[in-house]
Design a protein around this ligand. Structure first.
Ligand SMILES: Cc1cc2nc3c(=O)[nH]c(=O)nc-3n(C[C@H](O)[C@H](O)[C@H](O)COP(=O)(O)OP(=O)(O)OC[C@H]3O[C@@H](n4cnc5c(N)ncnc54)[C@H](O)[C@@H]3O)c2cc1C
Length: 450
């Protein structure tokens, strides 16, 4: 059937539905199309379910450490069926709610199926041909499955299929030592699996500064996770019930023998089957759509990769479109968290990036081992650091690796958004006892960046 709309939204991730609802409430007739599960990655296979699993893993870890706190609990066992059921109970209402919210809106038509551009203003879904002058792409991404030798011969998981696991892998081999791989590695170690992380580069999460990478490696190793770095040539092979991972083709070091494999080597935009070329939409060789400063797409544009960046995409588009408010992508400050335990909260530039930019900067660092609140909680791993522009006195970036790091980082992020000098924080009185109370102290002892 041919139908014409005021707007078409492709994908129901973290921006499309919000935009569809705002436009519908403003009186526009909107079509929204979803080919998979409503709510997209965050709701179904990303943030929500993984953070629910991280919480179960933490409960196991706290129970194991209970005696340290003077609490006796006996031997700790993990019921993986219950862990999965709890995760499903937390995630399912978000998914069902995402679909219901759209279907309940009088001005929205919901289509289920694969959307594909036929031309710049026409999208086809099943037998329907939809036309609009305004088409918004919110198709997100999925796990990259890299060309690893032997991968097609062995069973393996990605972040989506991992969501169905309700048993304890004896030995999980995690291929990829970045954000997603490390969250799964630590949670499965805490559930009781043996875990080996196989990482191609010479450090974990190479995008972070070296001191952060090194401390994250320490945190993982202290829990008994094996890290194999410099795995320049990874191979996989099935031997009976086991999977053998070769980590280097030339030097023949000891292979990793495990029971299950998780591939966590990055994400790929869902754009190759969208008909971008038919619509004349420019994209780079990886499939990321090119956008301007008032962007019209989200995760698939390569400008974020997080739920909050996708939601912020919605806010920027809606402000420009409906509120006459010229918000820009370039107003956004990079910020995210890594949900290992303790977590890493990050905002702005790394020291490496500041160095490359050629700016003069000051750096502050404070060990979690010197934070009272961390001692009270027996969570003293990690450190915080902050980078300040030596001339403008504005904060350029920060990393809080330690207990509550994902929350504490926001006090720094907000001062960055205010474009205020760091002295606003260094002279502030913070509440005792908190981790945040040491952020001013850290800022009172800045040293020139080396
Ligand atoms: C394991 C994991 C953990 C994560 N943890 C966090 C975290 O803690 N914090 C955080 O901020 N981010 C996290 N992320 C990232 C976050 O989930 C994503 O950045 C976010 O969900 C992207 O949202 P989006 O709206 O761009 O796209 P998505 O949520 O991917 O939604 C896109 C939707 O479009 C649909 N679609 C695609 N192509 C078509 C088509 N042609 N036709 C119709 N429908 C289509 C898809 O089915 C999907 O439902 C995590 C990701 C993973 C994988």
């Amino acid at each position: 059937m041919n139908k014409t709309y005021d707007a078409i939204v492709i994908g129901t991730g973290q921006s499309g539905p919000f935009l569809a609802i705002r436009m519908a409430k403003a009186g526009h007739k909107v079509a929204i199309i979803e080919r998979g599960l409503f709510g997209g990655t965050c709701v179904n296979t990303g943030c929500i379910p993984t953070k629910a699993l991280v919480a179960s893993a933490r409960a196991a870890q706290v129970a194991r450490r209970a005696a340290e706190f003077g609490v006796n609990v006996g031997p700790v066992t993990v019921d993986m069926k219950r862990v999965k059921a709890r995760k499903d109970e937390i995630q399912r209402p978000s998914q069902e709610g995402a679909e219901k919210r759209l279907r309940d809106q009088p001005n929205i038509d919901v289509y289920k199926g694969q959307a594909r551009f036929e031309e710049s203003h026409v999208v086809v879904v099943g037998d329907d041909r939809l036309t609009s002058n305004k088409i918004f792409i919110n198709v997100g991404g999925r796990a990259i499955i890299p060309p690893i030798q032997g991968l097609d011969q062995v069973p393996y998981f990605d972040n989506s299929s991992m969501m169905h696991v309700d048993f304890l892998p004896e030995h999980l081999i995690v291929v990829g030592g970045s954000y997603i791989g490390l969250e799964f590695a630590q949670m499965y170690r805490r559930f009781g699996s043996k875990v080996t992380v196989v990482q191609r580069e010479n450090r974990l999460i190479p995008r972070e500064d070296e001191d952060i990478c090194a401390e994250i490696k320490n945190i993982m190793e202290r829990e008994g996770i094996t890290i194999r770095l410099n795995a320049t040539c990874i191979t996989l092979e099935k031997r009976g019930d086991q999977i053998v991972a070769g980590v280097d083709c030339t030097h023949n070091p000891v292979p990793v023998v495990g029971s299950h494999v998780l591939v966590a080597t990055g994400r790929h935009p869902n754009t190759e089957d969208l008909g971008l070329d038919q619509a004349g939409i420019e994209h780079d060789e990886r499939g990321h759509i090119k956008v301007d400063d008032q962007l019209r797409t989200n995760d698939c544009n390569g400008q974020g990769g997080f739920t909050h960046t996708s939601y912020n995409d919605f806010e920027i588009v809606a402000a420009n479109l409906l509120d006459n408010d010229p918000r820009r992508l370039s107003d956004r400050i990079h910020a995210y968290a890594l949900y290992i335990d303790p977590p890493l909260g990050r905002c702005g530039m790394t020291v490496d990036e500041v160095r490359k930019s050629g700016r003069k900067a000051l750096v502050g660092r404070y060990e979690m081992a010197n934070v009272g609140r961390a001692h009270e909680k027996s969570e003293t791993q990690g450190f915080m650091k902050i980078i300040v522009d030596a001339e403008t006195k504005q904060i350029l970036g920060a990393a809080i690796l330690g207990v509550e790091g994902d929350e504490v980082i926001h006090s720094i992020l907000d001062v960055m958004y205010a474009k205020a000098p760091y002295t606003v924080i260094s002279r502030a009185m913070h509440i005792h006892p908190t981790v945040s109370e040491l952020v001013p102290t850290m800022l009172q002892d800045l040293k020139p960046m080396e």
